[in-house]
Design a protein. Structure first.
Length: 227
């Protein structure tokens, strides 16, 4: 009896491990790649990364060959340019699986919006993740210039000005630890701006074909928090 229970537990754990390593290609073959499944793939990948159990497939010669003729990334990640927050590593994703757009503070210029529109309209991505992170330098710079001041150059001033509306309610408050609360506010503001500024994305979200998901990366734990 004990042997049977132990064997069943091993099988169960093996099945969970196998599921957590499921790739977007495998899910597509089963016809299950909707926005919810895309979210699951990212969460599984982040769990692998945070627990130091990365995948070892998806980036060899055979995989490169498969992608020569085109790409079909299942998710778009708009994240900060911060060198500590590379989405491919944070979500343990390999070649051709996610379409990454990176700007400081997830600021939305024309190139960022156009890139995201391209991903959902031409590549078939069905999930857009807006991912901020704790201790974000762009958020800190925007907070420091809420009442005026020079961020360092005309282009930096333009960038922080784009973030100011997301953060104006913090103008009289002390910064939270790691500017986590402020970074969440910025993520939510960016998601709102994306819908306001892009008719293409707004229509796809309203139809249910595409989902926008907010997230925040924690530097020390490696965990992505979702809202």
């Amino acid at each position: 009896m004990i042997f049977k229970k132990t064997f069943a537990l091993v099988i169960c754990l093996f099945s969970l491990e196998a599921f957590s390593n499921e790739t977007a290609h495998e899910v597509r073959l089963k016809g299950e790649l909707n926005p919810e499944k895309s979210m699951e793939l990212l969460k599984n990948g982040n769990n692998r990364y945070a627990t130091s159990h990365p995948r070892h497939n998806g980036a060899d010669l055979k995989d490169r060959g498969k992608l020569v003729s085109g790409q079909k990334p299942y998710a778009i990640i708009l994240s900060c340019s911060d060198s500590r927050v590379p989405p491919e590593i944070v979500f343990d994703q390999k070649l051709g699986e996610i379409f990454v757009v990176r700007t400081a503070g997830q600021s939305l210029d024309y190139a960022a919006i156009a890139s995201i529109e391209y991903g959902v309209s031409h590549l078939g991505s069905n999930l857009i993740v807006i991912m901020g992170h704790e201790s974000c330098g762009a958020v800190k710079a925007a907070l420091a210039t809420l009442k005026g001041g020079d961020a360092g150059s005309p282009w930096l001033n333009k960038l922080v000005t784009d973030l100011h509306p997301h953060l104006k309610r913090f103008s009289e408050l002390s910064q939270t630890d790691g500017v986590v609360v402020e970074s969440w506010a910025n993520v939510e503001g960016v998601a709102h701006d994306l819908l306001e500024r892009s008719e293409v994305i707004r229509n796809l979200v309203q139809s249910g074909d595409v989902k926008i998901q907010n997230a925040l990366y924690h530097l020390e734990s490696g965990q992505v928090e979702w809202r």
